[in-house]
Design a protein around this ligand. Structure first.
Ligand code: DQA
Length: 575
């Protein structure tokens, strides 16, 4: 007998019991029901509330009174029994909306393209139109199956005819899902110049390659875990007698949001991997063992996996066959280790050298760089770092690569146990622990693209932000922006940066040549700052040759166009 639970044909591993355990005080069970038994189940099973999943979401409509949203979408995922029979809801639509809000994705006025044609495609299309999308294009092989009655125009096209001007892309197909993590449903690397947001409803891996590629381009992107958790939350509200009202997402309280975020965080932690990177001899394996034990996760060492797979240790392989032969085989071991979630993965020291390794590990993992001092690194049995000079050269060559490809940096100050504890403490605040940079622009820089293009180029302020976001993603930092035409505002923002930002990139525009106040503000907060000018100010009018902040900043970059900003970001990271 089940009172609350999930029904579907094949449920496999589901997070739903975990979610509901966190949201409500009721037992929630998984119940696989065959197609032959499903009608009898709906007619006679004495449940109080169920979630319904594939392939029964449409059929469930016949056994309840669906609300307006469920009617419009044509399926039900939450069925609650009451005195007057069953009521049906589709909380997926609120889950989808929560996911968008959380990722800062605005649907109003946007051209959206949805890949796939199942129930989730209908949910996505309906939700986007409800939130004000301008036009929806559904990419499907069977348009007839998904006729939708939406507020905005809907088109159906094939993959060959995806419009070039799309702004939001949603994947509702299973392409890219575990274990086929290297597949992508659409190549977005060099086209679709207007693309602003990518949503993939897949949550295993936590980020698909599609999401990863979008982030690499500086485009807002999200995987589907937050949608899953939020739909579960709204279902649990209904199970426990709550009402959703007209705007369930907009009316969530701060406490409800905090709860949702806590659950998203904790599932991400158990579903994802913790990947330890760092120099050979930095203690990754020891820390990984402790972490795995503390968190109840499986531990995998890519060097050990290498030995198992190839019948030779990495050390012997490098000595016998050379480094590049070793790296090719190592890549396979990395791929194998990253395929499954719920692991602590200790990586070989050089794994980060291959961007494809990093990509594979990032899809489902938080990358933690174990930063141990050069003088403390163990070198025994490590052919590439033997000998003091070799080790030193290796350390300085690799340090920027480790730093640029991690979510967290943990400095080794004490024993392995304290390092593991520090990692556990930091995992919850992955975003917070990234180095934070603030890019400040002064007067008239908001007019880039229009303003004297011969001097400042045709790219806009928007383009500048995009470029910096992309760089931030590449070098593993968080970046925020501020622009004002007013000197006092610039002073204010510099003051507010105190305690929050680790570095400032500043182009004070014309105030460069006049403002003592901006210089004083920078000195006050003492945050490392780099001065940037798009044009080569030193070669222009004499009045532009004075810079009040130049004597103070750690570096000045002039005349490199917008690239000066990204160079400044790199310089701050190196600092
Ligand atoms: C500028 C140069 C300044 O002299 C000018 O007033 C600007 C832009 C630059 O980026 O080249 O506003 O800072």
């Amino acid at each position: 007998m089940m009172e609350y639970g999930l029904i579907g044909e094949k449920l496999g591993h589901s997070f739903s019991p975990l979610l509901h355990a966190r949201f409500g005080d009721y037992d929630y069970v998984l119940n696989e029901v065959s197609k032959a038994d499903i009608d009898t189940f709906f007619e006679t099973a004495p449940f109080s509330g169920v979630n319904v999943t594939i392939p029964y979401k449409e059929l469930a409509m016949e056994y309840c009174t669906p609300d307006d949203n469920a009617k419009a979408i044509g399926c039900v995922n939450t069925l609650v029994k009451g005195a007057s029979g069953g009521k049906g809801y589709i909380t997926d639509t609120y889950g989808f909306e929560y996911m968008l809000r959380r990722a800062g994705i605005e649907a109003v006025g946007m051209r959206a393209v949805i890949l796939g044609s199942g129930g989730t495609c209908r949910t996505a299309a309906y939700t986007l139109s409800r939130l004000g999308a301008k036009e929806i294009t559904i990419v499907s092989r069977h348009p007839a199956d998904i006729a939708l009655n939406l507020k905005c125009p809907v088109k159906y096209v094939s993959y060959e005819d995806i419009p070039e001007d799309l702004e939001i892309l949603v994947n509702t197909t299973p392409v890219g899902m575990y274990p086929q993590c290297s597949d992508i449903p659409l190549d977005i690397s060099n086209n679709y110049v207007n693309l602003r947001a990518v949503i993939d409803v897949i949550y295993n891996p936590l980020s698909t390659r599609l999401v990863y590629n979008a982030k690499k381009r500086g485009i807002a992107a999200t995987g589907g875990l937050s949608m899953l958790v939020a739909q579960g939350y709204f279902a649990s509200k209904l199970f426990t007698g709550g009402r959703l009202g007209n705007d369930p997402v907009g009316t969530l309280t701060d406490e409800e949001i905090a709860k949702l975020e806590e659950v998203i965080d904790s599932i991400a932690q158990t579903a994802g991997n913790i990947v330890l990177t760092g120099m050979p001899g930095s203690g990754k394996s020891t820390v990984a063992k402790i972490l795995a034990k503390r968190l109840g996760l499986e531990m995998v060492d890519t060097d050990e996996l290498f030995t198992e797979e190839n019948g030779i240790t990495p050390e012997d392989c490098i000595r016998q066959n050379g480094e590049s032969a070793f790296r090719a085989l190592e890549k396979k071991a990395v791929y194998l280790s990253a395929q499954k979630g719920g692991r602590v993965i200790a990586t070989g020291g050089g794994v980060v050298l291959d961007p494809e390794n990093i990509e594979m590990l990032s899809l489902n993992g938080t990358i933690v760089f174990i930063n141990r001092k050069l003088s403390d690194l163990a070198t025994e049995g490590r052919p590439l770092s033997e000998g003091n000079e070799n080790l030193k050269a290796l350390y300085y060559k690799r340090l920027p690569i480790y730093l640029g490809n991690c979510d967290l940096v943990v400095d080794v100050r004490n024993d392995a146990k304290s390092v593991a504890e520090e990692i556990i403490g930091s995992l919850h605040n992955k975003e917070d622990r990234k180095m934070k940079l603030l890019v400040i622009n002064g007067p008239n820089l908001n007019m880039l693209g229009i303003r004297e293009p011969d001097i400042y180029g045709r790219e806009t302020y928007e383009d500048l932000m995009k470029l910096c976001r992309k760089k931030a993603e590449e070098i593993g930092v968080a970046v925020d922006f501020y622009q004002s035409n007013h000197e006092g505002d610039l002073v204010d923002i510099i003051q507010q940066a105190y305690g929050t930002y680790d570095g400032i990139v500043i182009n004070p525009g014309a105030y460069t040549h006049t403002s003592v106040a901006i210089l004083d503000a920078l000195k006050t907060v003492a945050i490392p700052a780099v001065e940037v000018h798009i044009s080569d100010v030193d070669q222009r009018e004499e009045f532009r040759q004075t810079s009040y902040i130049r004597s103070y900043v750690v570096k000045t970059i002039t005349g490199h166009g917008l690239a000066g900003y990204t160079e400044a970001m790199e310089a701050l990271v190196r600092q």
